[in-house]
Design a protein around this ligand. Structure first.
Ligand code: GLN
Length: 306
């Protein structure tokens, strides 16, 4: 595995086509597109990594997996009153389906869905209490208390919130949000602005590898049924309107973020985090997807076999 990852970093660092860094969040536009990191964490917690695997980046929408897990823990199937579980086939920040579907977002991994999920877990709490809960959960599953919010990224998103604010106000008009829109957005932007490196992120995904158990510490995080369901949502919806393409090329549950990270879960085999800031036209990491494609070809870890 280590040799394979080292080789992958060598080949991909020579690549000139790297996609385009997200610039609609000005604070992310400064990130150097030449960076590439990858980490693989096996069920026992063993980490293999290469490239910029220790450089923190903005996990962005990957955080939606963690807030969904928290929401399921707090309200179980009750969360499905707030959000659906079908792929949207539309971009991550699209508003079109909301009007046709009375303000109920298609799934928890598009922006509207994640905003509905964070509103649901706030349950009358102040944003800072909800944020402490989210950060504690992420620190716990990553087994790393140094993980923090990048407040500059959160502020940059808040300043340029028009698009997400439109989604939130539209949902609120349908009676779908219980809290003040700016409070919900502030919480959502901070969750997206969690900074992690590939090693921490791969470690954080471990509970989804072994039926809900973090085998490195022998802790059950969620039930086996819940882990299976979160993985299937990641497979169907984790890359927005690029989810079909990701399943075709990689064949693993995966969640991307506009920071250029992807968390992919190979059930029973390992948790993989890859980061390269340049994005494809749908907002998913260009080289990150290529790296995962090569990894499954080499290992046969796709859930659909070799
Ligand atoms: N925070 C980003 C946004 O709301 C998350 C989008 C993403 O990672 N796809 O636009």
């Amino acid at each position: 595995m280590q040799d394979f990852l080292d080789g992958l970093v060598l080949t991909l660092s020579a690549e000139t086509a790297r996609g385009k860094v997200a610039d609609y969040i000005p604070q992310l536009a400064h990130v150097d597109p030449k960076q590439f990191g990858i980490a693989v964490c096996t069920p026992d917690g063993q980490l293999y990594s290469a490239g910029h695997a220790n450089t923190p980046f903005s996990i962005q929408s990957i955080s939606k997996v963690f807030t969904l897990t928290i929401a399921l823990g707090k309200m179980g199937d009750g969360i499905w009153k707030h959000v659906g579980r079908e792929p949207s086939g539309d971009p991550f920040n699209s508003i079109v389906q909301l009007e046709h579907e009375s303000g109920k977002p298609r799934n928890p991994f598009i922006n509207a869905g994640a905003i509905a999920v964070v509103d649901a877990i706030m349950m009358g709490h102040e944003p800072k209490e909800t944020l402490a809960e989210i950060l504690n959960f992420v620190r716990f599953i990553a087994q790393d208390n140094s993980i923090c919010f990048d407040h500059k990224v959160a502020a940059s998103e808040m300043e340029h919130r028009d698009r997400n604010a439109s989604l939130a106000h539209f949902m609120k008009a349908f009676g779908r949000l219980r809290h003040d829109v700016d409070k919900v957005l502030g919480t959502y932007f901070h969750q997206c602005a969690i900074a992690m490196n590939c090693e921490q992120l791969a470690r954080a995904g471990l509970f989804l590898v072994s039926d809900g158990i973090d085998k490195a510490t022998n802790t059950r995080v969620v039930s086996a049924q819940r882990a299976r369901r979160i993985n299937s949502l990641m497979m169907m919806c984790g890359h927005y309107d690029g989810s079909g393409e990701f399943a075709y090329r990689v064949g693993l549950p995966g969640k991307s973020g506009v920071g250029g990270g992807i968390l992919a879960i190979a059930p029973g085999k390992g948790s993989i985090a890859v980061w390269s800031p340049g994005l494809d036209a749908l907002g998913n990491s260009y080289l990150g997807t290529r790296a995962l494609e090569q990894l499954v070809q080499k290992t046969g870890w796709s859930v659909f076999g070799h």
